[in-house]
Write a protein that binds this ligand. Sequence first.
Ligand SMILES: Nc1ncnc2c1ncn2[C@@H]1O[C@H](COP(=O)(O)OP(=O)(O)OP(=O)(O)O)[C@@H](O)[C@H]1O
Ligand SMILES: [Mg+2]
Length: 180
Amino acid sequence: MRDLSMHITDIVQNSVRAKAKLIQLTIEEKGEWLVFTFEDDGTGMDAETVKKVTDPFYTSRTTRKVGLGLPLFKQNAELTGGTLEIYSQLGEGTTVKADFGKDHIDRPPMGDLKSTVAMLITGNPEVDMVFTYRTKDDEFRLDSREVKEVLDGMDIRMPQVTSFLKEMIDENLKEIKADL
Ligand SMILES: Nc1ncnc2c1ncn2[C@@H]1O[C@H](COP(=O)(O)OP(=O)(O)OP(=O)(O)O)[C@@H](O)[C@H]1O
Ligand SMILES: [Mg+2]
C-alpha cells in the first residue's frame, strides 16, 4: 500500500512533468482532517482531461495506458471519508486538493515525509518548491529558493544537501509538534 509520502512523490512528479517552475505543497492538520494541497504553474489541463483524470483508464502518457497516481490518491482519500478535487486551467496551472480523515482507521501512514520532501527538492533542481506544514497553532515553511540562495551557487544535488534538509525538516516538524 502507498503511504502518504509516496502519494506526495506521485503528485509532485506530475507537476514536474507538466513543466512547473514552482510547486507549492501544503499539509494542514485541520481538526479531524489532514489536508494536502498541491499547487503548480505547469501546463494545466483542459476541462475534459480534468474530468477523466481521476478515472484509472485515462493517461496522456504514451509509454503506458493506465495512469494511477491521481486515481489511487483519490481512492485512498475517499476510503477515509475524504475527497480529492482538481482545479486546473490550460496554460495556468493545476491545484490538487485532498482531504484525509486524520484519525480514520484506513488512513495510510505519513511515511518518510522528511526524506520525501528533501529528495523532491534536491532531485528537481530546476523547479522551485515551497513546502508548508501547518498545525492548529504553528507552521513550518521551507522554500527551495531560500535554500539555493544559502548554497550560493553550490549544486543542490550534493548528497550533503539532502541530509541537511532531511535533518532540518525533521527538527522543525518536531518543533511544531506535527502529528506524523
Ligand atoms: N499537475 C498536472 N499538470 C498537468 N497535467 C497533469 C497534472 N497532473 C496530472 N496530469 C495529467 O493527468 C494524467 C494522469 O495523471 P496520473 O498521475 O493519474 O497518471 P500518470 O502520471 O499518467 O501515470 P502514473 O502517475 O501512474 O505514472 C497525466 O498523464 C497528465 O496528463
Ligand atoms: Mg502521475
